[in-house]
Design a protein around this ligand. Sequence first.
Ligand SMILES: [Zn+2]
Ligand SMILES: [Zn+2]
Length: 235
Amino acid sequence: MEYIGFTYVSNFVSERVEEALFEAYNDVNRLLEEWRLPIRLVYLDKLILEPGYLITLETPEGKVRLFPLDVLVDFMDYRLKVELEKNDGLNMNKIFGITSFPLASRDKYFGFYEKFLGFQTERLGRRVMLLSMRPFESDSMRMALKILDNPLADDDLRSLAERVLSRELPAFKTRLIKGMLHEIGHSFGLEHCPNDCVMNPPQTLEEWDSRFLGYCDSCRRKLERNLLADTKGKD
Ligand SMILES: [Zn+2]
Ligand SMILES: [Zn+2]
C-alpha cells in the first residue's frame, strides 16, 4: 500500500467547509478502495501557519491574501519528514495539502487554469502536493460564507446564506474529490488525458461538474502499471 499524508492548511475555514473537506477525504479513500488501487490518504492534522507569513498580492481578481507557495512547500515537506521520523519504515513519501486560499508565489500569480490543477514538487524523493479549494467555490457559495462570517448580518440574511450553502456544498465536495484524484493521478505518473476522466483538466467550473468522477480505462491501466512498477522497485 502507498500512503499519502493528508493535511489542510488554513487559519480561516468555516466549520461547514471543513466538514465537506473531510467528507471528500473519506470519499477519495472509499473510491480508491472500490477501484482496488493500493493508495490511501492518511490524515496527519491541520497545518496552521503564523499570520506573519501572509502576504497581499495584486492579482487579476483584485487584492488577495495568501501564504507564498515556497513557504507552504517548506512547511509541508517538514511535516512529512517529522511523520517519517516517527514511523520508520512507513511507505509514505508524499504529502497532500488543501488550502483555502489561491496558490501563488511572491512573483507569480497562477491563473484560473493552474489554480484548478494544484501544484506539485519533489524534494529529496519526497513529493509535496498542494490543491487550492478556492476555484471550486461558486460565487454564491463564497457570498454565503461571507455573510455567515459577518457578525452584523441579520437572522433572515443568515438563514438565506445557510440555505445557499446547503445547496452549494455537495457540488463543491464533488469538485474537490475530482481535484484530489487528479493530483493523486499526477503523483503516480499520470499525465493529462483527453477522455471523460478526472485527468482531463477543465477550463470552467461547469466543465468540471460534467466530468466523470473517476479515471478513464486508459488512465486506470496506466496507474495500475505505475503502482506495480513502484512496488517492484522497492524490493
Ligand atoms: Zn493536472
Ligand atoms: Zn484518463
